[in-house]
Design a protein. Structure first.
Lengths: 382, 987
């Protein structure tokens, strides 16, 4: 049983069926598939992370993205338009260069651009000294880009369904029954009891709630994270640009909308909307870096609940409860990981043993202090 | 005057003619026109092309819900605004507008071929195609799709206009100034409440602007409106905002409003504000946002000349424009008959009224027949004909020639803001639409936006809501009614279920996004059951009108297809904004200098005068180096470094965070927080403090001085000032509320002048009064009070350079004078101002870490050689338990070491990765990375600090730094390159 019909959950079900020969698989989703963060994110895909462990799992995902449309026979529109990350200070430059060197050592493409090269790659970008924080340089991962979020959920669902996976929508897990030995026995849901010896919880912002049903407390905080789009305009924006320092994340969709990531609210919450000032702050940054976009208009805004760990890295693996597995903590940046996360999690569930790429992301690392602190690399990491 | 303009009537000013151009062609309109009404007055119906099929499109509505008539308005090269709704663009003299999404011209559009190929492009077609071969998507298909996407063009030049923002509070905010809203505002204000009344249109009045054939309190409706508006305008408790859209409803009655100030003016003053964002906090909210007429879904319902009945009436009554010469009305409700009768009276031939209801009868039908109009009850609509303008419509098999088709599927209450506020909607079977049921905020809906139709009912409902809102604020108002006479009969206005239609031709549900009935059927066939899925798969309701004319029809169709009642299918989430909001209005004045506050030190201007080059460190501007003529950074820094090492330098350290920690428990407080022992620190002494997070990783550092038994002066890193204070407050308030201690940020109260170098004492001595500078009296890590250059001062003997050093703290206002005095006194000793870059080199030569550069959120004190700082006898401190965990004690953690390149001239790149063998191809696992790297002038070679796995055990080994084009050999050393014994420090 997989709890959570987002990309990670549906993908897990698909790989369990496709690669591990499991046959009796179901996904339960409390709303509609892809209606969680999978269908709410700004779809930035990249693997240029800082720590070796992160690079390994995100690069695993990026390689899968490259062939995902063909593997699923569903066009997920992975578009390697290049992800550019801007440096606005000496400190930013040091950190981005460190990431670049770490990526290259790990065999992941990442290169340094001068401000002029950054502008040539993304003409609407302002770099000049009239900016409050001029652009001092940028890294570019050319294989980074975007994909179509809904298609990822639907593509995995369709492919899993074809392999016999049951997908139950409007089916919320309300209890996790454990046997005398403590192992998982069954899920209580709004559509009835489902007996099962093996449960993978892939519930993103609601992970703490679901794991709480089994008596497991998680080192997670849930916050609303917002995004917004402009009205559609003819192609003006050729790539993805991220500025961690001044909080701007932007790309243009196939439909022509500028897709803009905002920040999280300061307070924990499960309500899928955020405060106005968070959007204002984001648009200040967008208008500062791209002053020609000032006359464009915000068409739609929404929020999702992100599950954030202290080191901004995910939790993928076994739990203290036999038969219960956990995949969460992807926070503000797990869309890019979808195929990789699903793939290693399926492996972990099938073999009851952490996949080597998943092993560093154990729940135990919080107990032992083996942090993989990507927060250092990015204020917010999309 | 054009043939389509009536001789009189309406709210346009016939004396003021305005010129404008559309796609380069010149036209004339009247003051009071919108671009849409002016175009219609000139007989122009073809104004745009649809998104996917590039079908010719006209004007469907007369308001904010318009999906078709999108234009770009251009004032000059930098002031180009795409995607504006022509129905909302107010005409001004000289207005230049262009159609969008067509090439080469609106009349002849090559993209139209998509319409003919449409069997190839049903909803979601791209998910199932364009995948093979693998490389073709990114190289071939996607670029083509992208080129076709988008509506207008984004401007290319920076927007020079100004935007403003305001916050406002009121007792009652009324959204919508139709009859219900005006009555609500009046009632609330009469009761004594402070009221804000906003409306998105150019003037208040709502439905009354279209001329109601009724009297209110004995006055013609129009006259009553003028009086009511004048009364509100005269009331000092009421603020009326025209052209102001309430776009977002946030928790706790916080609403976002955007006011458009100049877009309707021909030549706005240069310094005027284009748009203003209002953030209103209201005690009570009355929503009186009206209702939106819904189209009917039938083949060819998108042709130019097919228009909502209410819109055609609005063009006639408000703008004096006949939208055609010969019209057919297709309706499913009584409400549209008024439009046909009014147009008929204005000389438009009504060829027929096709009433889709089998048993159409009653007063309206009789009135129409009395006027000589043919009414076809139980009519079936087959479709329309025509090219760029409708030329006929097929009703029950008979084709009727016409140049205007009026349609009405009834009205849907505008529940957008109510739903945004998280109020619960309920489905009304009688009206076939969603209406508000349970409020989540202190809010009430009134009038058409909750399904209360008709003038008398709306006025009464508004008055009641306004009074209730005022009473909820504690005012005691009295009820007051309106006498309405002559109102036309029944005004029930149901939302429509789209009639089943023959599957011929395209019947549009979402006009802008080209979503047809067939697309919705396809989505259902594909297995999409949730309305949110259908929306995302077909893009219905996702256009720039956000489904105002399509969501309800789509819902009805999907429900019918799935055989479920509408409420079981549910509705999509209503999200802000109600209508699109300009980025500029949301960003406000935040640009350039105002984007983020610039913080400067008290001595900033002195540094500017000396030609310093600055760097941004957080919000601070810090002098990075002080170049002399002909010097680059490297040369300047080398000179500054040597001056400090050999003589004396002066440095502005004012940006360091400073916190006064005061109270009887101050020592205990710091003892619990920092790793060091502070209980044992004597008065007048300083200690280098290390602060950890709960998880044991280094968070901040800085020198802490004990000024008195109950008073500490804590310094933090420049970037850490705010977060360290926040962390302290968090612990003080939540963990240890019993401790008597007070925290005050004093960062900006002190100017800090660091005087460093072997001659530092000689520079300061003549300036100091009341302070004994002798090493025995003021040793390293001591602090004394006295006067420096006449200013009251705290003098710290501390060093971040490894030299004999002092940091003079004087009140910020005295900073410049003391700085100048220090420089004057030091001139004889060769005193040299230096910047942050030199500071970094000097501290790296000594192996002093920078938190955030050597550390990265995964370093515990021992990793960076700071285990010595930990107070061994302390029972506890923040992070203590964490650093004793197994994972933290294991071997192989990264440790701080020094690196010396074999070639002394090579300065390594910070962030470069290290390997223990040369030439390992990627992917490989690096053993560590370079954290700091500089050319050391005093040592004559480059130096670097690095974090390396098991680093301390590797001292003496050779490692290989991976740089493009080969590896650089470097030897691992201790992380102190200069004066390892520290003799200079204690001089
Ligand atoms: C605004 C925003 C922008 C983002 N931008 C990016 C980005 O640019 N790049 C990037 O890589 N990542 C981004 N992310 C993060 C990314 O969206 C997530 O990390 C990722 O999609 C998580 O996928 P998931 O499948 O784990 O979660 P989800 O898609 O949220 O799926 C979890 C599912 O579990 C279901 N569920 C919860 N509780 C129960 C229960 N009791 N019973 C049954 N079902 C339950 C939920 O309904 C949900 O559908 C962003 C997130 C947000 C909110």
């Amino acid at each position: 049983m997989i709890v959570g019909g987002g990309g990670h959950g549906l993908g897990t079900a698909y790989y369990l069926a496709a690669e591990h020969g499991l046959t009796n698989i179901a996904v339960v989703e409390k709303g509609w598939i892809g209606g969680g963060n999978t269908g709410r994110n700004t779809t930035i895909i990249r693997s240029n992370y800082l720590f070796d462990e992160s690079i390994a799992i995100y690069e695993h995902a990026l390689k899968l993205w490259e062939g995902l449309s063909q593997a699923l026979n569903y066009n997920v529109m992975y578009s390697p338009r290049g992800v550019m990350m801007l440096a606005h200070s000496v400190h930013d430059t040091q950190m981005l260069k460190r990431i670049m060197h770490a990526d290259r050592a790990n065999g992941v493409d990442n290169e340094w651009l001068t401000p002029e090269e950054a502008k040539a790659y993304c003409p609407p970008l302002e770099i000049g000294t009239h900016l409050r924080y001029p652009v001092l340089g940028a890294t570019l991962q050319r294989r980074g880009g975007t994909a179509r979020h809904d298609a990822v959920a639907w593509g995995y669902a369709r492919a899993a369904d074809a392999l016999g996976v049951d997908i139950l929508e409007n089916c919320e897990v309300t209890g996790i029954r454990r046997g005398a030995g403590g192992a998982v026995e069954a899920l209580e849901t709004t559509r009835g009891l489902i007996r099962t010896p093996r449960v993978g919880v892939v519930a993103a912002g609601n992970s703490s709630v679901v794991m709480g049903l089994a008596g497991v407390r998680l080192p997670l905080e849930s916050f609303p994270l917002q995004a917004l789009v402009s009205e559609p305009v003819k192609p003006v924006f050729p790539c993805v640009v991220m500025s961690n320092a001044i909080h701007a994340y932007i790309s243009q969709s196939d439909k022509g909308e500028l897709v803009i990531g905002a920040g999280t609210d300061a307070y924990n919450s499960y309500t899928q909307r955020g405060a106005l000032h968070v959007d204002l702050h984001t648009l200040e940054a967008i208008c500062e870096l791209f002053p020609a976009f000032r006359r464009l208009r915000m068409l739609r805004n929404w929020g999702g609940i992100v599950d954030v760990t202290v080191d901004r890295s995910p939790i993928v693996g076994k739990t203290p409860v036999p038969g219960l597995y956990l995949n969460c903590g992807w926070g503000t940046g797990g869309f890019k990981a979808t195929p990789g996360s699903a793939h290693v999690f399926a492996w972990t569930m099938a073999k009851d043993e952490p996949h080597p790429y998943a092993a560093p992301f154990s729940l135990e690392r919080f107990r032992d202090g083996a942090m993989i602190d990507e927060a250092a690399a990015a204020g917010v990491s999309h | 005057m054009s043939a389509f303009r009536t001789a009189s009537g309406g709210r346009v000013d016939r004396a003021r003619r305005l010129r404008f151009t559309f796609d380069g062609r010149a036209w004339e309109g009247l003051a009071g026109d919108t671009l849409a009404s002016a175009l219609l007055a000139n007989g122009v119906h073809l104004v745009g092309r649809s998104f996917k099929y590039h079908r010719p499109r006209g004007i469907l509505t007369a308001g904010a819900e318009e999906p078709n008539a999108l234009v770009t308005v251009r004032r000059d090269a930098a002031r180009e605004t795409p995607n504006l709704k022509a129905t909302q663009v107010e005409l001004y003299d000289g207005l230049v507008a262009e159609s969008q999404n067509r090439w080469p011209s609106l009349g002849f559009d090559v993209g139209r071929v998509n319409d003919l190929l449409s069997p190839l492009f049903p909803a979601g077609f791209y998910y199932k195609t364009f995948m093979w071969p693998r490389s073709a998507w990114a190289r071939l298909y996607e670029p083509v799709i992208r080129r076709a996407a988008g509506l207008g063009r984004a401007p290319e030049a920076p927007d020079p206009d100004r935007y403003a923002q305001r916050h406002a509070h009121c007792d009652v905010l009324v959204v919508g100034a139709g009859p219900a809203g005006i009555a609500a505002a009046r009632a609330a204000a009469d009761a004594g409440a402070c009221v804000i009344l906003c409306d998105e249109q150019s003037e208040p009045g709502g439905a009354l602007l279209d001329g109601a054939p009724a009297q209110i309190d004995g006055l013609a409706a129009g006259d009553w409106l003028a009086r009511a508006v004048a009364a509100l305008a005269a009331d000092p408790k009421v603020r009326m905002l025209a052209r102001t859209t309430a776009f977002g409803y946030f928790p706790h009655n916080h609403l976002g409003l955007v006011e458009r100030c100049t877009d309707h003016i021909a030549a706005p003053a240069a310094d005027s504000v284009r748009e203003r964002l209002w953030q209103v906090r209201a005690r009570e909210v009355v929503l009186a946002a009206g209702a939106i007429e819904q189209p009917l879904v039938f083949p060819g319902n998108d042709r130019p000349g097919v228009m909502l009945a209410g819109a055609a009436r609005s063009y006639l009554k408000r703008y004096g424009v006949r939208a055609g010469t010969r019209a057919v009305l297709v309706t499913a409700t009584d409400a549209a008959y008024q439009a046909a009768l009014d147009l008929h009276a204005a000389g438009v031939a009504i060829a027929a009224i096709a009433d889709l209801r089998p048993a159409a009868a009653g007063v309206w039908v009789e009135a129409a027949r009395r006027a000589g109009i043919e009414v076809l009850a139980g009519a079936a609509i087959g479709g329309t004909r025509g090219g760029r303008r409708v030329s006929g419509v097929t009703i029950s098999g008979r084709t009727i020639a016409c140049d205007l088709v009026l349609m009405s599927g009834g009205y849907a209450p505008s529940v957008h803001l109510f739903s945004q506020s998280r109020g619960r909607l309920t489905w009304s079977d009688s009206m076939r639409c969603f209406v508000p049921s349970q409020s989540a905020e202190r809010e009430r809906s009134a009038g058409a936006c909750r399904g209360v139709y008709g003038l008398a009912a709306a006025l009464a409902d508004g008055a009641a809501a306004g009074l209730a809102a005022a009473r909820a604020c504690g005012f005691t108002g009295i009820e007051r009614g309106y006498a309405v006479a002559g109102e036309s009969a029944t005004h029930q206005a149901p939302g429509a279920t789209p009639p089943a239609v023959a599957d011929r031709g395209k019947a549009f549900v979402d006009f802008q996004n080209d979503v047809t009935i067939r697309d919705l059927v396809l989505a259902a066939q594909e297995g999409f059951r949730s309305i949110e899925h259908v929306k995302r798969y077909t893009t219905v309701g996702m256009a720039t009108d956000q489904g105002k004319t399509s969501n309800l029809n789509a819902l009805g169709l999907v429900a019918a297809r799935l055989g479920k009642p509408v409420p079981d299918v549910g509705h999509t989430t209503f999200r802000m904004p109600y209508t699109p909001v300009t980025f500029g209005a949301l960003a406000g004045a935040a640009r350039g200098e105002l984007f983020d506050p610039v913080r400067t030190t008290p001595m900033h201007e002195v540094a500017v005068a000396r030609g310093a080059v600055f760097e941004d460190v957080g919000q601070w501007k810090r002098a990075r180096y002080f170049p002399r003529a002909g010097e680059d950074m490297h040369a300047a820094v080398a000179r500054e470094c040597l001056a400090v090492r050999n003589a004396c330098g002066v440095f502005d350290a004012s940006t360091l965070g400073k916190i006064a920690v005061v109270g009887p428990d101050a020592a205990e407080f710091l003892n619990r927080l920092y790793v060091n022992d502070f209980a044992g620190l004597g008065v007048g002494r300083c200690r280098y403090g290390v602060l950890l997070r709960e998880d044991g990783f280094v968070y901040d550092d800085g020198v802490i001085a004990r000024l008195a038994a109950d008073r500490f002066h804590v310094t933090t890193t420049t970037g850490g000032a705010a977060r360290v204070l926040a962390m302290m407050e968090d612990y003080r308030q939540t963990e240890w509320p019993g401790l008597a201690v007070w925290l005050t940020s004093t960062t900006e109260q002190w100017a800090v002048i660091a005087v460093q170098g072997p001659l530092a004492r000689r520079v300061i001595e003549p300036l100091a009064a009341g302070i004994d500078l002798a090493p025995s009296a003021l040793p390293h890590m001591a602090v004394a009070h006295g006067r420096i250059a006449g200013a009251p001062a705290m003098l710290f003997r501390v060093s971040f350079t490894g030299e004999l050093g002092y940091e003079i703290n004087v009140p910020a206002a005295r900073g410049v004078a003391v700085w100048e005095a220090v420089c004057a006194a030091g001139r004889a000793h060769g005193i040299t101002p230096y910047g942050t870059e030199t500071m970094h080199v000097l501290r790296a030569e000594k192996g002093y870490i920078i938190v955030g550069q050597e550390t990265d959120g995964t370093a515990v004190p021992d990793d960076v050689g700071l285990a010595w700082a930990i107070g061994r006898k302390k029972p506890d401190f923040v992070g203590k338990r964490s650093i004793e965990r197994a994972g933290i004690r294991r071997a192989g953690r990264k440790q701080l070491v020094g690196l010396r390149t074999r070639d002394p001239k090579i300065v390594l790149e910070e962030g470069a990765q290290l390997a223990d063998r040369p030439g390992i191809p990627a992917p490989m696992k690096p053993v560590g990375h370079v954290t700091s790297s500089y050319a050391s002038a005093v040592l004559g070679h480059s130096i670097a600090l690095a974090m390396i796995a098991g680093g301390r055990a590797r001292i003496g080994q050779t490692l290989f730094v991976r740089v493009p084009g080969g590896d650089v050999e470097a030897k691992v050393t201790i992380p102190v390159f200069y004066d390892p014994e520290g003799a200079r420090l204690h001089a």
